[in-house]
Design a protein around this ligand. Structure first.
Ligand code: C2E
Ligand code: MG
Ligand code: MG
Ligand code: MG
Length: 281
């Protein structure tokens, strides 16, 4: 009965599946070439203090531009890189690009931390972790300018191994941010012992704050309370409207990130964007 059922399912989905497999395979081959050719670059999105709108740091986000000029969104190629084992190579490149960006910003008179996204697999990769420690211990990068982001679900996936590593980063003086917070499956016991400096409230809760059922609003309140009780900085992600910003300020949220303030920008555009701010200081 089961075999028949399966057979039937495979038959009826075959055309779609084949198409998906082929395009996945094609994208994977393209991705391998892109890594070799270094067709990837970082964009930086400012993080601001919500009341003053002063920039407090940046998040580095990876962009892949095809030779024809089109972009492949990270939501497409990051999961592919993860399942194909390419992620650590990519994210090691991201580290180097982050270090270069920190140095370039410092040369322009801007000493603010840059967050970079890491996955569970990265943290299990000795070479990736060593790249961070070496950059700091060699004196190349001031650890206060580094902030590692890992999603809540990834941090919890292998909590017993990941948390001690996060602890080492915090001890070193780096920031540790838990990304997409609220969408994972943290046990509260784990959250209270989490070696992190920051929780980033997921965009979905920010945009649902004004929903009739107030679910989004309550989740934001709860995360802010966790921050207060257990000493995490809270950053709200994906703020798009003045109303959302006002709501968050009213709730006592200090920092945020989103299109309302700035979209992610390449380094040279960002430095120009920061110029008015620099001349004020
Ligand atoms: P994330 O770490 O949660 O990054 C935030 C995403 O939200 C970014 O999308 C950013 O451009 C977008 N965003 C920021 N403000 C707003 C807003 O106001 N409204 C809306 N609608 N979106 C906003 P992006 O750059 O497409 O990245 C998507 C995800 O891909 C990231 O989510 C991150 O998980 C992953 N990713 C990006 N770069 C890297 C990387 O270098 N390494 C790894 N491992 N993952 C990365
Ligand atoms: Mg992030
Ligand atoms: Mg993320
Ligand atoms: Mg996020």
């Amino acid at each position: 009965y089961q075999a028949g059922q399966q057979h039937k399912r495979v038959m009826s989905y075959q055309p779609v599946m084949l198409e998906q497999i082929t395009s996945r395979h094609q994208l994977l081959r393209e991705l391998q070439v892109a890594i070799q050719n270094r067709d990837m670059f970082l964009v930086l999105q400012p993080k601001v203090h919500l009341v003053s709108r002063q920039v407090v740091g940046f998040e580095a986000l990876l962009r892949w531009q095809r030779p024809d000029g089109s972009f492949v969104p990270p939501d497409q190629f990051i999961p592919l890189a993860e399942t194909s084992g390419l992620i650590s190579r990519i994210d090691t490149e991201v580290l180097e690009m982050t270090f270069v960006a920190i140095e370039a910003l410092q040369a322009a008179g801007i000493a603010l931390p840059i967050s970079f996204n890491a996955t569970c697999a990265d943290l299990m990769n000795g070479q990736y972790v060593a790249t961070i420690f070496n950059a700091v211990s060699s004196g190349r990068i001031d650890p206060v300018l580094l902030d590692i982001e890992i999603t809540e679900s990834q941090a919890m996936e292998d909590y017993e191994k990941i948390n001690p590593l996060l602890h080492r980063f915090v001890e070193l003086g780096m920031g540790v941010s838990i990304d997409d917070f609220g969408t994972g499956y943290s046990s509260l016991a784990h959250v209270t012992k989490l070696s992190a400096t920051t929780l980033k409230v997921d965009r979905s809760f920010v945009s649902a704050m004004l929903d009739e059922d107030q679910a989004g609003s309550h989740v934001v309140d709860m995360v802010l309370q966790l921050g207060e009780k257990f000493g995490f900085m809270i950053v709200a992600e994906g703020i798009e409207t003045e109303t959302e910003c006002e709501q968050l300020i009213g709730k006592g949220c200090l920092q945020g990130q989103g299109y309302l303030f700035a979209k992610p920008m390449p380094l040279n555009v960002l430095i120009d964007w920061l110029k008015p701010e620099l001349s004020c200081a």
